[in-house]
Design a protein around this ligand. Sequence first.
Ligand code: SAM
Ligand code: SF4
Length: 495
Amino acid sequence: MKTAQDWMRNRIVPEQIDKYLVNGEDFISEYAIEKKLTDSAAPEPARVREIIAKAEAIESLTIDDTAVLLNVIDPELVAEMEQAAARIKKKVYDNRIVTFAPLYLSNMCVNNCLYCGLRCGNTTMERGRLGTERLRREVEVLAGRIGHKRLIVVYGEHPESDVDYMVDTIKTIYDVQVPTRNKGYGQIRRVNVNAAPLAIEDLKRLHEVGIGTYQVFQETYHRSTYARVHPSGTLKGNFRWRLYCMHRALEAGIDDVGIGSLFGLYDWKFEVMGLVSHALELERATGIGPHTVSFPRLEPADMAPFTQSPEHKVHDREFRRAITVIRLAIPYTGMILTAREDAQTRRELLPLGVTQTDASTKIGIGGYAENGDEQQSNKQQFLLGDTRNLDEVIRELASMGYITSFCTAGYRCGRTGECIMELLRTGQEGKFCKLNAVITFREWLDDFASDETKKVGEAVIEHEIEEVRVKMPKVFDSFMEQYERTKAGERDLYF
Ligand code: SAM
Ligand code: SF4
C-alpha cells in the first residue's frame, strides 16, 4: 500500500513552476516592494487623488500606486479613499452581495502550518473525511433547509482527499436536489474549491467536473515568513509551487481563480503589495485577473502556536485600510469577507467594497447535519467570529439596502474569465446580474425566508423592480414575465 510519504514524493512538478518564471525569477521582489513602500512615505494629496481617479475609471493600479495609497495618513484623504472604494463597488457590482457557505470535506492534512488547527502536529484534532452518505446529508441541510446555492468546499492536503476524492465529492454535491416549501427545490449550483495547489492534469479534472472558482491563498508573500510558518520538508513549504498554482489553473481551463493572503503572518502593507503584484502578474501572463480576493485575518486555533500572540497582528484600523486599498487597486475583482470576523466588524467593513460573504457557517467535518451550534475547537480549523444564520444575515443586508444575489448564471452561460473581466470593467455585467439577482432573491424568499426577512427583502425587491423599469425599459417586460413565473413556483430561470 502507498504511504503518505510515497504520495507526497511526486506531488510537486518542478517544470510546472519553472515554465512561468521570467529569467528564472518569480514576480515577488521583496526588495522592490520594500523600496516602493519606503519611497512613497508621506505622499502628496494631488498624487493620491490622481490614483483614486484612475481606480474609479476601473483601471488596475500599479504597485507604485498601491504603495502610495498604503502610506496615506491624512484622515481626509483616507475618507476620500473609502468613499471611492464604495463607489467602485457600486459601479461594478451595484448593491449586490453574494452569499455562500464553506463545506469542510476532509480535515486530514500532511502539512504542519504553524497557524492552523488542522496541522498534522495537532494531535488533539478529531480527523476524518466525509463519505457519500454523510456528504449528502450535509448538502441536504445546506441546500434544502438553509437555502444556500453556492459552496466553497475545503480539503486538507492528504492522500485520502486527493483529486479523485475531490471529483467524486463535487459530483455528489451537484447531484443532491431537495424539495422545499412552496413547490421549489434546493440545489447547489456553484461549487467553488479551496484546496492545496495541484498539478495541471489534476486541475483539468476539476474543470471537467464543473467547479466555479479555484481558490488558493498564498498565506504570505514574504519568503522568510513563509518558510518560518510552513516547515521545510512539507509540501506547503514550497513557496513557488503555491505562487504559480493560479497560472496552472488558468492553463488547465479553469476560468475563475481566487487569490488571498492570511493577514497577521507578516506586515499587512507588504501583503497588500503581494496581492496586487499577483493580480497584475495574472493579468500580464494570462489576460485574466483574480475573480476574487480573500483577506482572512488570523483567528485563534488549537495547538497552533503562531495564533497566540502574533507579532504582526492586524488591528481593525489597518485591516480597514487594507480592504480599501485592495478595492481601489483591483477594481474589477470580487472581494470576500468571511465569518472569521464578528458581526459588528463585518457590518463596518462591508461598505468598503465587499462583494461576497458567508453565513450559517460551520467549519467542522459534518458540522451542518451532525454537530450542534457550539463551536468545538478540537473539531474545527479555527474559531469563528460570526455564527449568525443565513436568514438573519440576509435580513440585515436587506435592511442596509443590499440585495442578496443567488445568481450563478454568469458561470453557466460562459460569462467567466476574460469575458467577465471585460464586462466588469465596462459595467455591463451589472445588467444581467441585476435581473438575475431579483429573480433568484425572489426564489430564495419564497423557499427559505422567515416572515420577518421576507418583509424586509420584498421592500428591496420592489425598489429593484422600479430601477429595472426606469433604467432598462427594453427588457422590463421579459424580466417581469420571468419574475412572475418564479413567483408562481418555477425555478432556476435566468438571463
Ligand atoms: N489545505 C488547503 C490549503 O492550505 O490551501 C485548504 C485551505 S485551509 C483549510 C483554508 C485557509 O484557511 C488557509 O488557506 C488559510 O489562509 C486559512 N487559515 C488557516 N488557519 C487559519 C487561522 N488560524 N485563522 C484564520 N484563517 C486560517
Ligand atoms: Fe493543512 Fe491547509 Fe491547514 Fe496548512 S492551512 S495545515 S495545508 S489545512
